[in-house]
Every structure is written in structure tokens, then in C-alpha cells.
Design a protein around this ligand. Sequence first.
Ligand SMILES: Cc1cc2nc3c(=O)[nH]c(=O)nc-3n(C[C@H](O)[C@H](O)[C@H](O)COP(=O)(O)OP(=O)(O)OC[C@H]3O[C@@H](n4cnc5c(N)ncnc54)[C@H](O)[C@@H]3O)c2cc1C
Length: 625
Amino acid sequence: MGNNKGISRRAVISGGVIMPLVSASAFPGDSHAAPPRKATGKKAPGSSLVHESHRVDFCIVGGGLAGMCAAISAARHGAKVALIQDRPVLGGNASSEIRMHVCGAHGENNRETGIIDEIQMENCHRNPGSNYSIWDSILYEKVRFEPNIELFLNCTCNDIEMGGNRIEAVKAWQLTTETWHRVEADLFADCSGDSILAPLSGAEFRIGREARDEFDEDIEPQEADEKTMGMTCLFQVRETASPQPYIPPSWANVYGTDDDLPNRGHNILSTNFWWMELGGEDDSIHDTERLRDELLKIAFGVWDHIKNRGDHGADNWALDWVGFLPGKRESRRYVGDHILTQNDVRAEGRFDDLVAYGGWTMDDHHPGGIRYPGKPTIFHPAPSPFGIPYRSLYSKNIDNLLFAGRNISATHAAMSATRVMATCALLGQAAGTAAAIAVRDGLSPRGVAEKRIAELKQILMDDDCYLPWNAREVPELTRRARITSGAGDGGVLINGIDRPVAGADNGIFMEPGDTVEIALRESAVIGHMRLVFDSDLNNKWLMPTYYPLDQGPRTVPGFMAKAYRIEVNNGSGGWKTAFREENGYQRLVRIPLDVRASAVRFVLEETWGDARAHVFACEIDQGNL
Ligand SMILES: Cc1cc2nc3c(=O)[nH]c(=O)nc-3n(C[C@H](O)[C@H](O)[C@H](O)COP(=O)(O)OP(=O)(O)OC[C@H]3O[C@@H](n4cnc5c(N)ncnc54)[C@H](O)[C@@H]3O)c2cc1C
């Protein structure tokens, strides 16, 4: 997959000086990094702003979980990608700057897999203390060291060049380098949450709540309005071994008694204070700075209430961190070929072009936020899972614009369920994979919907994205082979479903020493083996909202395979080891083999602690020697 159009950089005139247009990346051994900038102009360094031009296949604005997953999936499928993110860290609301833990679909075995699971397992392996800087570093490295991605951090997209109904280029200002970056691409994706490319491109969008009649949504108000869910500055607290006094700033709000926080449970062990919310009745984009000031008064005031105004069992607890960047819940939502509604959600969204799923309730916060004394949100029930169609991920009227995250084409009601970040990550992976197909075949996003939807779904499932009510087609080489295991019915390992669904486990439990053997009818070149292990789909792997003294370590699940080998047999000379893993901790593993053999087997050697490992898939595909 992919094409030959690489990232090119051209010189432009800046302040009368010809500047070489290169990225000043200096990572040792980083093959896609350009050499350091050389001063060639007449002016002294620092005497002018710099303008750089870049050309990629696919440019993404916004590096929250949706944008990250879009970038990674497109890059892994061959597209040259630029990711523009206006913060120093990736992850958006999940980053250390905002610290929302990643939620997703409710219900047994419904946790999201694909790239978001890969990130979660890396975090289980490397971040036993659930430290936010380590989490940031994992998000960073997943993008920064992905070969086909050029990452622009601290870079705000704020301008656009159009050619008719197409975006030709976007422009972004990089704060740290005083550089204007212009990025040309065939396709763009807006994963900025606020849909910055909508006002710039003229893409159709909506803001606020639909009238109940428009889509027959009974949880919506009678009249349409421009109200949204608000934003929040969160805080985190830490337990210590001794009493910790707290002196609030003079400008903090005063909540003298519990009656000043009606319907706002504030036990530090049972809430993350998400209800410290404002902005739903304001402009959730343009009023952000003013609202931040109010939100900080609220955050410091609520902690003062807990520490100093009544017994809240918090004597030994200290304020560890306060977010100065408001986390946003809702602003512009694009209009695509399909607008997902409350009734689509309630009907389980069994679309033919289902490319992602949700499963959070329709969690519709009151726009008044903390000013509203009643319940701050209503959890309207939603089925889990429910499908989300690809047609909600590209613009109705801008030909080369995709989107993913909280800004997809959905009504306010449906978005109140799709906005959680594991769902956003799945949407990003779907949009990025679609973009790679579009780039490869010269199609528009809509062209992918019309001509390549089956392939898009198959690739997503192959990349371990669960698409409810769909089964992946397993490779022909596996289908024609005989699969056996002393540990159970090997047939479930090639049924195209890689998790327990509706009472069927779809996997086997193996003890160290157990094997899964795939015997071919005749010898063939085996390209790779695809394995899927269990990353514990009932554990949400949430990052903490508070840090107690007895916080247990984050660990790789005990039934994940840790050490294993692949052996091949070509009919003469017995089994030979073709691959050995000593420290595996990922759920989806693709092992390149490129050997001719008549049989291949997976041998489990060690788990991460349990007596048995849980295995969902063991397949081989044809290769070429
Ligand atoms: C207080 C709060 C509590 C929440 N609770 C939860 C929860 O418990 N679990 C959960 O899963 N979800 C929760 N949510 C919802 C969830 O965090 C958001 O819906 C989600 O972050 C959306 O993901 P995203 O990738 O679309 O956007 P974001 O996470 O907002 O990421 C978008 C990124 O784009 C960047 N960006 C914006 N404009 C530009 C630009 N012009 N140029 C370049 N970059 C730009 C932003 O800085 C940001 O980093 C909560 C939200 C809030 C605010």
C-alpha cells in the first residue's frame, strides 16, 4: 500500500532571506529526520520568522487520542502523514495537561482494542506507578517514532488554502520555533475537537442541541439552542502519611457548607470532580480563557471546601496537581453523509458501514454546569455496543475532509455517548485506515464509502479493531489447513472473532508447554503468523484520578502470553524454532516468518503470572520468498 509521494520540503523567501525548508529534528538514528537547519541567509539567526512548506498524503489537525490513532493507522498502512498538535504533549484530554482517564464501552468484554489497546498495554508494562509523565512519553513515542509520521508539536493550525470544495493546504504557527508551517496534502482530517477546519473551509457543521422534532430524539429540548456541555479544570490529590494543611488562594470560590455544592458528591475516593463544569451556556470556543479563570476559582475553592470546611476525611491528603488548560466536552460537530442520532444509538447502529462502536451511556450534562443546582448530568441508557457508520466520519460538502473524535457527524444526543476517548480512538483508527486506502487508490473519503467499505472493515478487524456483528475473513492458507491443540478446540482460533462474544469464549486457555499446530495440505511459503492474546477486556486500565498510599501497581494481565516460540516443520528434520519471544505483552502480534514449511506451531513457554494464557487467534498467511 502507499504511493511514492514523500514528504518534500521547499525553500521559501522569509523576510527577504532564502531559508532552507527542513525540520530541525535531531533524534539519533531517526531515519526520517532531516539534517539540522543551516543558516544560509544574510540576516543573523533570529532576525526573521521562518516559513516552511511540506507535502504529505494525509494531514491531521489535532493530536488527541482520535488524531493520534488516525495518524498511526494511516502511516502503518503506507500513507505519508503530518500530525499538527497545538500542545507540547499528545493525547488531548487524556494527556497530563488535562488528565481525563480513557473510558469506553460498558459491559463485559467490550473494551476497545486496536491501537488504543496497544497503548494501554505499553502503559501496563512500563508505568507501574501510573505516572502521567510516563503516560505522556508513551503517547509521544507511539507517534514520534512511527516512520511515516511527521509530528508538529506546539503548532496551531489557523489558516487554510482551498481549491473549490477541496482543501489544498493548511497553515499552522509553531510557537517554539517562530515558524509558519504550510502543509499540502491530498486528504485532511480534523481531530481538533473544536473542528477548526470547519470555519476555515466552509464545511457544514452544527453547534448546540437539536430540537426534539428534528430527528425525533426524546432526550433533546423542544426548541433547538446553542447550548453545549461545558468544560472543566480538573485536580488530582495524593494521600500522604501525615496531616497536610491547605491555604487556598484569596481569589478561590468559597463553598462554606455542603449545601453550596448540591448534587455534587465530593468524596475524593469516588469522584474525579468532573462536575466542576462551566461553559455550556457560553461560547465553548471563544469564551475559553474567561471560563478558565472561573474554573480555577472553582477547583481551588472545592479543594478548600474539602480540606477546611467540614470533615471530608481528607486530613492526610494534599493537592498534587491542578489543570490550567480546560478540558472541553463539546463544540462544533461536523455534518457528514450520515448524522448519527439518539435513535441510531438506541437501535444499536447495525450499519453496513459500521467501522467503530460506542457503548457509553448518552451522558448529557446540563449546560449550566456547576451553576445548575440539579443533577449535573443525566445518564440516558444506550446499548453497548452500538455501531458508528463510516459515513459519519467525512464531510458532506468538503471533498477531501475526514474527521474523528468528539466532532464527528452526530447530534448532540448521540455525541453525548460517542465522545468518550476509547470510542474516539476507534473513530480515529477507522478514519486513518480509510485515508490510507483513499491515498493508495486515489479516492475521496466518500469514494471509500462507495467502493472500499468491505476492505476497510477487513483491515480494521485484521488490526484488532472489534466490529460488532462482523467476523473477519481469515487467510485462505489458514482456512485450508488443519489446526489442532491439546489445550482445546483449535477451530475457535480461526473463526475470525478475537474476543468473547454472546457467551462464546472464542479462545482457548493454554498452559506453558501447550501447542497450537497448523498442518498444511502441502508445503507453502508462510509469510507471517498472527496471534491475539487476552489483554483483559474487562479491565478498563484507567489512569488514576487520585493517588492513595496503598495504590497497587499497574501490571500486564496474568493470562497474557509472555514467552513463546514459533516452530516450523518442512517435512524433513523435525521442528525448528523460527521465532522466539521472551517478553511479550501486546495482545495483537504479527510475526514475520517467510519460510517454506508444511506445518507450523505456536508453543507457549510462560505467562505473566497465571497458570494459563488466554489465546484468541493463531493464524498464518501466505508469503513470498
Ligand atoms: C472534564 C471532562 C471529563 C471527561 N470525562 C471523560 C472520561 O472520564 N473518559 C473519557 O473517555 N472521556 C471523558 N471526557 C470526554 C473526552 O475527554 C473528550 O470527548 C475527548 O477528549 C475527545 O477526544 P478528541 O481526540 O476528539 O479531542 P481532544 O482530546 O480534545 O484532542 C484534540 C486535540 O487537538 C488539539 N487542537 C485543537 N485545536 C487545534 C488546532 N487549531 N491546531 C492544532 N491542534 C489543535 C487540542 O489541543 C487537543 O490536544 C471528558 C471530558 C471532559 C472535558
